[in-house]
Design a protein around this ligand. Structure first.
Ligand SMILES: [Fe+2]
Ligand SMILES: [Fe+2]
Length: 284
């Protein structure tokens, strides 16, 4: 029996033959099999894809013990409402950063610079009415012996990935440094497994803080978004070099990593590179 299991439930792509559906967004199920605890990390955009894929995989939404929201963007939080509805009122702890309910905007070059509202599309009251019990924390939150929500990630080791992200400050749109971006740190038998949503906190910060926080000596792997979509080419090169230098056993860069970064990652990481996407699964 594996100690841990991870399954990508929602992603932009379905790169391998699968009956699962894809949509822009991200969600993954992490199971600490030994502890008997199931964690839903992010919820995708619509909730419909999450619902469909959970059903296809035979996972009862009521069997989930914790929901963790990596950050407040709609493509990670949009499925929360439908997920709560599927639980038919059964309460669930939702771990998130205190900035969860702040509005968020983006003006992405890749989208022609149009201003978009990209925050959480629901009110706190509406979600609480459906059974969400919010645990908002800047500090790490340990869910099981092996699974920890990072809390706010210090930016001591590298740049952030928040180009085009905006927030409201005194009625003005200013740059958003996305301090609410959190990761899930999994203390796996082979070392640290980091699960990211969009990876806005920056991959060096996410990994190095994770190694510190879990006292793991090595990076076993990384799964999730690296937000290289729209990144300057030099930054992609830097990220690829950094990841290769950590000699991980696997990297499944998904979601907003963007198609242009996949080639260089595959080339630099060799056997450690995996095609992410819906249905990507790991047993450790
Ligand atoms: Fe995202
Ligand atoms: Fe994001």
């Amino acid at each position: 029996m594996p100690a841990l299991r991870l399954t990508v439930l929602v992603d932009n792509s379905a790169p391998l033959p699968t009956r699962l559906l894809a949509e822009y967004g991200f969600a993954a199920l992490v199971e600490d099999v030994e502890a008997g605890v199931r964690v839903l990390f992010d919820t995708g955009t619509s909730g419909h894809v999450l619902e469909y894929n959970l059903r296809l995989l035979g996972v009862d939404p009521k069997s989930v013990d914790f929901v963790v929201l990596s950050h407040r963007h709609y493509d990670h939080t949009g499925g929360l409402r439908r997920f709560l509805e599927l639980r038919e009122g059964k309460p669930v702890t939702v771990v998130a950063h205190p900035r969860l309910f702040e509005p968020a905007y983006a003006r992405l070059r890749a989208l022609g610079g149009v201003l978009r509202d990209i925050g959480l599309p629901y009110t706190r009251r509406e979600l609480e009415g459906l059974g969400a019990r919010f645990l908002l924390s800047r500090k790490p939150v340990q869910l099981t012996e092996r699974i920890t929500v990072s809390g706010e990630i210090p930016r001591e080791w590298g740049p952030t990935h928040a180009w085009g992200m905006l927030r409201l400050h005194n009625g003005e749109l200013v740059e958003d440094d996305m301090t609410d971006d959190m990761a899930l740190y999994i203390d796996s038998p082979g070392g640290l497994l980091a699960l990211t949503g969009c990876g806005h906190a920056g991959v060096e910060n996410i990994v190095e803080y994770g190694l510190e926080a879990t006292a793991s000596k090595t990076l076993y792997g990384l799964v999730g978004g690296l937000h290289l979509l729209g990144a300057p080419a030099e930054r992609t090169t830097q990220v690829v070099r950094y990841l290769a230098s950590k000699q991980p056993r696997l990297v499944a860069a998904a979601h907003c990593t963007g198609p242009l970064a996949q080639g260089p990652l595959a080339q630099a990481l060799g056997d450690a590179y995996r095609l992410g996407g819906v249905g990507f699964a790991l047993e450790l």
